[in-house]
Every structure is written in C-alpha cells, then in structure tokens.
Write a protein that binds this ligand. Structure first.
Ligand code: SF4
Length: 397
C-alpha cells in the first residue's frame, strides 16, 4: 500500500486536537500488554524490564506469553476494545506468532472493535521488513520506534544499542507497511548541543512520520543515571530542555504534524487512540509484569518481579500487587488534572470550575497560562502543564 493510498483511506481525517475527539476518547476502552524483555537495561530506565542477563531468554519469553494469555482469560469480559498497546520492555523481541497469539486471545475473550488500533513499541535494531510484514499479518496497524536521537553520542549516553542509520532504516521500512508509524525522541540529554538536537529534528521530519512523541530526559530515582548524577555527573538542564521543546513546537508543522498533547504530534487522522483514551480517563485493562489498569473506578497494578508474576499466574492467581477504589469526586479531580495535557483542553466540570474560582486558578488565568474556552480549560503554555495539574490536584475533591 502506498503512503498516498493510506492517507486516502482516512478520507475525512480527524483533527487530533479537536475537543470532540478528546471527549469521545473518554468512552473508548483499551488494553495494555507489557512485554518486559530487553537486551540490556538503559541507564535512565525504571520500567519493569527483564534483561537477557537476568534470564530473559527465548524459553522464558514463551513461558511469559503463555502466562499473559492465562491472565487475559482471568479478566471479566471487558470489550469491545478500541485500542491495544504492546509496550515494554521491548515487545519486538517476541515473534510475530507469539504476538499474534496474544491478539487472538484478546479478541476471543474480550472482543476487539472493528478497526481497533493495535500498536507495538519496537527498537530499531530488532526491525526487518520481514518482521514488519509478519506483524501486519497478525493484526498490527501501528508501530512506535524508540529512535530517541540521530546523534551517535546521545544514543551512547542513553545506552541505546542501535545506530542512527538503523533508526532511519526501520522508520523508512515500516512507513510503507503500517497505517501509522510513530517516532519516539528524547531531548535534553546532558552533552546534547542545540545543533545536535536540530539535526535530529531535521532528520526526523525528513522521514515524515505520521506520529511523533518527544519527551525531555527525566532522571528517575533508583536508576544508574540518578546514581551517576548523585556522584557528580551533569544533570539535564531544564532551560536547555525548554529551548529544545520550543524548537520542535516550531518545526513540527512543516510536515503537517499537529500537537494534540504536551509531547505528542500527529498528522490528521493518525492520533493514537490508546494514549488519547488514557489522557481522557477512559477505562483500560492491563496484562503482564507491572501492568496497571483502571476499570469501574478501581485502579490496580501487577507485581513487577518476573518469578512472582509467573508463579502467581501459573497457580491460577491474578498477579496483583495492589489496588484502590477512587471515589467519584477523586476520579473527577484526576480527570481534570490528566485532561489538561490535551491541546483541546478538558471539560471543566465541577472540580475544574472550583479550581478556576480559587486563588491559583485566578493567578494562572491572569498570567495567561490557561484560558477558559466555553466549558473547557485549555493550557496555553504546554511547558506549564505539570504546574497547573499540580494546582488542580491541590484543590480538595
Ligand atoms: S529499551 Fe526501553 S524498556 Fe528496555 S531498558 Fe531501554 S528504555 Fe527501558
């Protein structure tokens, strides 16, 4: 399928920052499947990951696939599911056959909506054209590549094992196979010059991906990166990161990329249903190591140790490590805080109105950080989103 014919399939492409789309997403149901295997652990990563050294062999991967399938069967019927995201870890370390078995069980047990978005996170070094074709055959329509940067020095700092050429080749290959290809970037790594970031942006835009995500490097506690910074290595500089973010904001429209969330851009018609549903507080179920879910007002999360996960599922026990029931006012407060991430803003509701009437809301309105547009609150300075969200959470529900 050519790129033009794929775009024609979306004959009436939806603007990704349309308020109606954000509101519709609150009613979508989605599923997350965590595949924890990685060749090695990147120094900044705090995800639930199992490396080859820690026993993440092919045999373990097959045992894990069978456990995920068993866990999916433990979940009370949930569908129809509008979006499925395979995240990790590195889901592309599984074979297409293994991924296809999980998709089939999700459909058999819960039902996938017609045209459901089925998305895979992949590392460029694993990617081949044959693998892409095989996962299209088992139902995937979207792929997201952890490209991170096109600068070898930045990739080395981040502990990534692919080269810039592998990053580019993977995207070029996939772009003719998938409805939507996402490029994931990380900006503001210590040592990354402005010229390096601009070159990464140039090369990314030259590929014309349908979707782009870009996140500032953050230092999570307990990671090798946080330990080296504690030992005196340079930390990311928030001002440098802000400059790099603004550069991307200015450049992304060159290839029809519309910002629809603080850190996400897409061409019309290529919004990520899974992410939109999460930001709109839609219900989702999660399977696999450390997976979270949110269903009927209850949030739950799974254990993060592989041996505990496998033992529990193989004994017929749901591998939960905790859960909490949110009251309706608490859920409403969260809906506002999370929804502020969307360029379309969030319907204010009772909590949002109470926030706007208070001192913090008035201060942000006066400063122009946010505006009230009809019944919506819209953050006008995306880099201030976390500060505004914290302010909304500080108002009692
Ligand atoms: S590849 Fe991704 S999930 Fe795996 S260790 Fe690196 S950052 Fe973490």
């Amino acid at each position: 399928m050519t790129r033009d014919s794929r775009l024609r399939l979306n004959s009436r492409p939806v603007q990704p920052d349309a308020p109606g789309l954000a509101d519709a997403a609150a009613h979508w149901r989605s599923a997350y499947v965590h595949i924890p295997f990685c060749a090695s652990r990147c120094p900044y990563c705090d995800f639930a990951v199992v490396t080859l050294e820690e026993g993440g062999t092919d045999d373990t991967a097959e045992r894990y696939v069978q456990a995920v399938i068993a866990e999916i069967a433990m979940e009370p019927a949930f569908g129809p599911i509008d979006a499925v995201n395979f995240g990790g870890g590195t889901p592309s370390r599984l074979t297409a056959e293994q991924l296809g078995r999980i998709v089939t069980v999700l459909d058999d047990r819960h039902g996938l909506a017609t045209g459901a978005e089925i998305s895979l996170e992949a590392n460029p070094e694993d990617w081949t054209e044959q693998y892409g074709a095989a996962i299209v055959d088992v139902g995937f329509r979207r792929v997201s590549f952890g490209v991170q940067s096109f600068d070898p020095a930045v990739l080395a700092y981040l502990g990534r094992s692919h080269t810039p050429e592998q990053g580019e080749a993977a995207v070029r290959n996939a772009i003719d196979q998938f409805v939507t290809v996402n490029v994931d970037l990380i900006y503001g790594t210590p040592g990354e010059s402005a010229a390096s970031w601009e070159a990464t942006v140039d090369r990314t835009l030259s590929l014309e991906p349908e979707h782009l995500s870009a996140y500032a490097l953050t230092v999570e506690g307990g990671t090798a990166l946080s330990r080296s910074i504690a030992d005196g290595a340079p930390a990311p500089d928030p001002d440098d990161q802000a400059d790099k973010y603004e550069h991307l904001v200015a450049r992304a429209p060159e290839v029809r990329l519309v910002r629809y969330e603080v850190s996400n851009w897409c061409q019309p018609g290529h919004h990520c249903r899974y992410n939109l549903s999460i930001w709109a507080m839609g219900e989702f179920v999660g399977f696999g190591l450390g997976a979270h879910d949110h269903r009927e007002g209850r949030r739950s999360h799974n254990v993060r140790r592989l041996d505990a996960y496998l033992d529990m599922v193989e004994s017929g026990v749901r591998p939960r490590s905790g859960s909490e029931q949110l009251s309706a006012p608490e859920a409403e407060r969260e809906r506002v805080a999370i929804g502020l991430r969307l360029a379309a803003g969030v319907e204010a509701g009772k909590h949002g109105l109470r926030f706007l009437e208070g001192a913090e809301g008035q201060r942000h309105l006066a400063a122009g950080t946010l505006t009230k547009q009809g019944n919506r609150i819209v953050v006008e300075r995306p880099l201030m989103t976390d500060a505004v969200a914290r302010a909304t959470l500080s108002v009692s529900p």
